[in-house]
Ligand binder design. Structure first.
Ligand code: AMP
Length: 122
């Protein structure tokens, strides 16, 4: 599937420095920052710097270096935030059914409280 990337999406603007963010970690190919509307005591988004719409797009089109950097960045954020002991959840929404609001790949790292069932009724 061909993914059309909208370079005016809010995370693209964050990457260009047009909108401020609360940065947690910067790597060569990835950026982690705090979600503006946290759903848990810890709610961090990790995005690749490249123009990828969703996880599938990234998995198909990103370089090995970008993929390794991104996966390691997610783990490093978890370690930096001390999440190993009590646990955490990783979510990546995609497309309409996934209720993805921002069309730039991101994973949500959620932690700091019991998160309940994985899915709520629609
Ligand atoms: P999703 O529904 O998976 O696309 O989630 C998008 C997330 O981006 C939501 O949790 C929003 O709260 C978050 N968000 C939107 N704008 C910003 C922003 N400027 N800085 C940080 N997080 C944001």
């Amino acid at each position: 599937m061909a993914y059309a990337y909208d370079d005016q999406n809010i995370f693209a603007r964050i990457l260009r420095g047009e909108i401020p963010n609360k940065t947690v970690l910067e790597t060569e190919h990835s950026l982690a920052f705090r979600d503006i509307a946290p759903q848990a005591p810890t709610h961090i988004l990790v995005i690749p710097r490249g123009a990828y719409v969703c996880f599938d797009h990234f998995a198909h089109a990103a370089t090995d270096a970008e993929i390794v950097d991104y996966v390691r960045a997610v783990g490093e954020v978890c370690r930096m935030e001390g999440l190993e002991a009590d646990g955490w959840r990783l979510i990546s929404n995609a497309g309409t059914n996934g209720v993805q609001e921002v069309p730039h790949l991101h994973v949500h790292i959620l932690a700091g409280r019991r998160l309940g069932r994985m899915l709520q009724p629609a």
